[in-house]
Design a protein around this ligand. Structure first.
Ligand SMILES: [Zn+2]
Length: 468
């Protein structure tokens, strides 16, 4: 390379550098809420970003983003858990519309620098990639905007404004899909990668693709060792399973997955991870439900907020849960008191009566579970949540015992227990108006009361109570 050529290359390199570093300042981002189902601290937050939309096309982006969210949440298994999601949009304009198509010689200047792959008209990626290895020009911008506007994003989605259907998992970081017809099926497929690390169930050869198993792909053929064995009825389904009509819709072990036609297996004949327009198979659905529960806990909030407290009155102590709501089934709830399951205590509300307990420390716990048929294998108990409270009961506790007849037709009773204040003995004929008979400081071991009316007196109710 002669010097003149070197200088030319230097100036081109410098120009590219200046253009690249100037990019972040040229677009102003705007944040908008599309869907709120609860606190973002306990929801799977989808954040959709605009790619290849010019400033005048941003209203179209909001329209596309809303449609994408609706399409995703209408499809199983997301539809059952649509209340577990929030959705947000980050609008940022690109200088030009669409995405680059290198195999057609089309280069478009967009905010995230997306490009279709030269070897596949279905694959869209953003830098760092072959043409631009600078993270800051693509994924770095996604990460920076998410950090600014919605750091709690559980599912980043890049909507690419292009007429050609395509997408990718953004290396398991960002679900990327164009907005062409049918593209929301592609988007759903990509969310399978990003949310649950699902693998492609394609058989198309992809030399060099890492041979790492995913939740829905395996090389294992021994029935007892297959990771989705809980879904296989080995009495009725041969393993490996022939891809023939009797086994359509059945979970088995079907050859062809993970970019191999042989020696790699998938759970069902078809699945969204194989054909984006069909539903997720049972094994992929299970992985997605578990992925949702890895980010969203079944209990939104609970009271008392304090989990360790003291009770000094006889008033009932209420416990309350605010629960998530799957679309067609309820979560299972079971309350326990001092480690004993309480029969019938299966609602979001539970109450403890101090009168029924001795002074000392007690525990209340509640187990909340999602018993959905979509999940059979949950070794980490992602679908369960247990909360517990510990409280110390220390209050006045009185009992009338040892009633007996005494001379003169009178009777006596003993007042036992403990009291922090003086104790008053009262009588009543109607259980509503009470007459004070005697007030006594409460000695250790209690005290005796003998009534003053002898034989022939009217029948009365008696009680002992602490004074305020
Ligand atoms: Zn699948």
């Amino acid at each position: 390379m002669n010097l003149r050529m070197y200088r030319f290359v230097f100036w081109v390199a410098l120009l590219l550098h200046v253009l690249g570093s100037a990019r972040p300042a040229r677009a102003q981002a705007a944040f908008q809420t599309l869907l709120t189902n609860g606190p973002s601290s306990n929801r799977l937050n989808m954040t959709l970003l605009s790619e290849g939309y010019t400033a005048s096309q941003l209203p179209k982006f909001l329209f596309d983003a809303t449609n994408a969210v609706n399409a995703l949440l209408a499809a199983p298994p997301y539809s059952e858990y649509s209340n577990y999601f929030n959705a947000f949009a980050i609008q940022v304009a690109s200088l030009q519309s669409g995405s680059s198509h290198p195999n057609s010689g089309i280069q478009v200047d967009t905010y995230f620098g997306s490009s279709f792959d030269p070897f596949s008209d279905k694959l869209i990626t953003i830098p760092p990639f072959t043409y631009d290895t600078n993270y800051a020009h693509g994924q770095g911008r996604v990460d920076s905007l998410l950090q600014t506007y919605m750091p709690g994003t559980g599912l980043p989605i890049l909507l690419v404004n292009d007429l050609i259907a395509g997408g990718s998992d953004g290396f398991y970081q960002t679900a990327i899909a164009s907005t062409a017809a049918g593209a929301y099926d592609n988007l759903r497929h990509e969310t399978g990668h990003v949310l649950a690390n699902l693998g492609d169930e394609y058989t198309l050869e992809y030399p060099g693709f890492p041979n790492t198993e995913e939740p829905n792909t395996t090389q294992e053929t021994r029935p007892g060792f297959i990771k989705w064995k809980a879904w296989i009825d080995t009495n009725a389904t041969p393993v490996p399973t022939p891809a023939t009509a009797p086994y359509w819709g059945v979970v088995g072990l079907f050859q062809g997955a993970h970019y191999h036609t042989t020696n790699w297996y998938r759970p069902q004949q078809d699945c969204a991870m194989r054909s984006p327009s069909v539903a997720f198979c049972s094994v992929c659905s299970e992985a997605l439900v578990k992925a949702i529960y890895a980010k969203v806990r079944p209990v939104d909030s609970a009271t008392p907020v304090a989990t360790n407290f003291t009770v000094t009155t006889a008033q009932a102590v209420p416990f309350n849960l605010t629960l998530l709501h799957p679309a067609t089934h309820s979560l299972s709830v079971q309350w326990s008191l001092d480690g004993v399951r309480q029969t019938g205590a299966s609602n979001s509300f539970f109450s403890v009566s101090p009168i029924a307990l001795s002074n000392g420390t007690h525990t209340v716990s509640v187990s909340v579970k999602d018993l959905t048929s979509l999940v059979r294998n949950d070794p980490s108990n992602l679908l369960s949540q247990t909360l517990s409270w510990s409280f110390k009961l220390s209050g006045s506790r009185l009992a009338i015992d040892s009633t007996m007849s005494v001379a003169g037709g009178k009777f006596a009773f003993h007042i036992s227990g403990s009291a922090t204040n003086a104790v008053i003995v009262q009588s009543s004929s109607n259980l509503s108006s009470w007459t004070p008979l005697r007030t006594n400081s409460f000695p250790v071991g209690g005290f005796w009361y003998t009534n003053t009316v002898g034989a022939g007196g009217a029948a009365l109710f008696y009680r002992a109570a602490t004074t305020p």
